[in-house]
Design a binder for this molecule. Structure first.
Ligand code: 1QQ
Length: 382
């Protein structure tokens, strides 16, 4: 058979299958389902699963069903890279949600960009994520947009003038959060009495906290993931310190309270999502989540749930061809225009500035609200 004839037949078959059959839409999900970040990753997986089931139950996307291809990247860079390769080359997914940590995203997202596959982070809040390329999207609000709002609220609420800062210096998210806190504190003329660091896996923070205690701050700013944050809070209290904490996205987990309980009271944390937002979309999300998983959702579940709906809106505008390369490009082109009003409130994408002369992706345009921990949970700061 001539090459030309082969091409005609292949094209005809591709066209035929696109028109006549409902196809599965394979969406990859690479999240930390085991390991220290699993508390975030499992909530994220639940959010995606709930959304996909709801969308499929209502007929899917233009008659096509969402099929989630779920992979555990364990919160590790190397695993994120392996899992991205499997999803893109072997499973030939249309796009990838994840990974859970910014630290892993910096390792794995370049693979998605190199293969022109949309990678959509629902929990990556470090600076520079979308600078990795035009196929990187996120609906997680950057620390740079949230932390200045949180520190301003802390000044207003507690009347603080001086803070000590503690952060993990070997994780992309905790390091980026520190950089943002540092410039927000300088802008808002809040004095820094002491700055201390720790490394991933540390469990004893007494040396740093003793120095912080001696510097006598009004509050402690902490750019940390939840488990470390909780242990830091407990050890602060055991040293007889009563200062409130100011945290970033890492604090945003039930894990904080499982470990620290009400020792975490008065911690301030910013987020677009609140369990107290009574908008119908959020009420429905919370009720459906509780019914399915028998537990309360958190911000990470809410952002994943919304992200699946955002992608669905984009895909409604796309005529899928069955050719992964073509369909990935079509999704990439349809996503930026999506506006959504979901569990986390009103959402739009914002084009990130080009980095080193390279085209960038899309950040989240969404307002942060500040929460305060009371009796083992976060409530809106009034
Ligand atoms: C990041 C984060 C973490 C708290 C995600 C769970 O925001 O790594 O960017």
């Amino acid at each position: 058979m001539s090459q030309h004839l082969k091409l005609i037949i292949a094209t005809a078959l591709a066209g035929y299958s696109a028109i006549s059959h409902a196809a599965d839409i394979k969406i990859g999900m690479a999240e930390a389902l085991t390991g220290p970040a699993a508390k975030y990753g499992v909530a994220i997986k639940n959010g995606f699963t709930l959304a996909a089931e709801g969308i499929n139950a209502k007929g899917g996307i233009n008659g096509n069903k969402i099929v989630l291809v779920i992979e555990d990247e364990q919160g590790k860079k190397e695993e994120a890279i392996n899992v991205f390769k499997k999803l893109i080359f072997q499973d030939k997914v249309l796009m990838i949600f994840g990974p859970t940590l910014s630290n892993s995203a910096f390792a794995a997202d370049p693979i998605a960009n190199a293969t022109k596959t949309v990678v959509f982070g629902t929990s990556n809040t470090a600076d520079g994520i979308t600078g990795m390329g035009p196929f990187t999207f996120r609906n997680s609000v950057m620390e740079a947009d949230v932390l200045p709002v949180t520190t301003r609220a802390a000044v207003k609420h507690f009347g603080i003038k001086k803070v000590a800062v503690l952060y993990g210096n070997d994780d992309a998210f905790t390091k980026s959060g520190y950089d943002v806190f540092k410039s927000a504190l300088a802008d808002q003329k809040i004095t820094v009495t002491d700055t201390e660091t720790y490394a991933k896996g540390d469990v004893d923070f007494k040396a740093q906290l003793t120095k912080i205690k001696a510097s006598n701050p009004d509050a402690i700013v902490c750019s940390c993931l939840a488990e470390e944050a909780a242990n830091i809070i407990l050890q602060t209290r055991s040293l007889g310190m009563k200062q409130p904490f100011i945290g970033g996205n890492g604090f945003n987990s039930p894990k904080l309270f499982e470990i620290a309980k009400d020792a975490a009271d008065n911690t301030l944390m910013g987020s677009p999502w609140s369990a107290e937002n009574m908008a119908p979309a959020n009420k429905q999300f919370i009720a459906d989540y509780k019914a399915k998983f028998n537990t309360d959702p958190d911000q990470f579940a809410a952002q994943a749930y919304d992200a699946m709906h955002i992608v669905t809106e984009a895909l409604k505008q796309v005529k899928l061809s069955g050719n992964p390369e073509k369909d990935r490009l079509a999704l990439r082109d349809a996503l930026p225009a999506v506006k959504h009003d979901g569990a986390t409130g009103k959402f739009a994408f914002r084009r990130a500035a080009p980095k080193d002369g390279k085209e960038a992706g899309y950040d989240a345009q969404q307002d942060a609200i500040v929460n305060i921990a009371k009796g083992g949970k976060f409530v809106l700061l009034k």
